[in-house]
Design a protein around this ligand. Sequence first.
Ligand code: NAP
Length: 486
Amino acid sequence: MVAKDTPFEGLAIGGQRVAGSDGRTAPTYNPATGEVIAQVAQANAADVDQAVKTAHARFTEGRWKQIRTRERGQILQRIANLIRERVEFLAQIESRDGGKPISAARGEIGAVANTFEYYAGAVNKVHGQTIPVNANGTALTFREPLGVCALIVPWNFPLVIAGWKIAPALAMGNTVVVKPASATPLSALALADLVLEAGLPEGVLNVITGSGSVAGSALVTHPLVRKISFTGSTEIGVGVMKQAAEGIKRVSLELGGKSANIVFGDANLDVCIESSIFAVYDNAGQDCCSRSRILVERPVYDEFVERFTARTKTLKVGDPTDESTEMGPLITPQHLESVANYIRIGDSEGAVRLCGGEKPTAESLSNGNYLTPAVYVDVSSGMRIMQEEVFGPVVGIMPFDTEAEAVKFANDSPYGLSGSLWTRDIGRALRVARSVETGMMSVNSSSSVHIEAPFGGMKQSGIGREQGMAALDHYSEYKSVFIAAD
Ligand code: NAP
């Protein structure tokens, strides 16, 4: 057992911090400085077994699912309230662990509170039906929780995405084991403490830190896990889905993206350009919804490219603790190298780089994983930088001539997560929004995330939806009960 006032030590199992059974730890780093922030326990299969068995025991004892709905909602609301009270504490963790500009990190923590608040209100609004069956009696449906849910989280929006999974899972009466990404494990551990303070029974939420290949894999394959909710790369998602098949586990996947941003000639370019900058460089481009393929109608193409590139060059890249920073570092040196490699690929494919794609020259940034934002033109739809998820501050801009061509380019992708289109023509907006194969489309906006609306992808961007009432479907099952009248 380790002391509870050391917030990042140990695994969070059964309401306690417990050291990993073989004592292994690994450092987590500040991407802006390269400094070690904390040593984090590395769970092995035995630790995962302990976490799942604890969650399973809490589920079968009914200590959570049988709590009356109003009380369950009140506990979720208290979690939301405590997150709001601790915005600064949690934002500092997220900023230091993930390299996020502090102003953005505060916004993210506010969104996590909103998520818990939304599902606090949803608890007693999910119900079954009475069904007029062809028999002398009545069929009823109940929405039953599933059991232990394994919630696997990536590093780009650690607490936001954890919240998208934890809150609806708990709202439906499940118990959970959360596995944060190795690069950003700290905020999930902080949340594990906070939920106890809010009155969540011990062991309903457990957090295991450790590698995907050991801890993540043990979680996915554990026989007592009934549901896996995975957010991460398409490559790992394929493996998770295969492993889930063995136990007929319910699985939902939120995977990669390569979203299009379609700009028609009648768009309000002032609003569109500023928003399109945010749409691709937010979180240093490490955003599954990043609109990294910009398609511009030819009459406004030159103007768009000139103004977009000029604004890109003014983006303030630097220290995440500086309130005015607009873009921080990439998550790890390995990921920086992966994005830098895409710059080499783009250059060698013959695309023309108008700016960026370099290490900033400031001495103060030399230890961080920084890269200046890059704009490519003279790209074609088949180029690797237009097809593959770079997951960094890299964008390609290409012209189109007709609405049909814009839709064709937008759909020329294995992914289908998000996207934007800019026009003042409502008919065209509706036609294009319906024609692009994507789970989410924003008209005259770059926003994909509204906690009240379903979020998720088509094609290789995933299966299932998070957020909104739709998420509750993934954490519950219908049970039909027939009652004979005689
Ligand atoms: P990743 O490498 O696929 O990892 C995601 C999570 O899975 C991490 O917690 C990772 O642990 C774990 N993991 C790795 N191997 C595993 C295995 N064999 N079994 C079980 N779990 C395993 O993805 P990432 O690099 O963290 O995140 C970036 C990706 O996430 C991008 O492709 C992005 O598009 C996608 N993403 C999608 C959405 C969406 O909603 N569609 C949202 C955000 C991000 P370790 O960290 O320990 O390896």
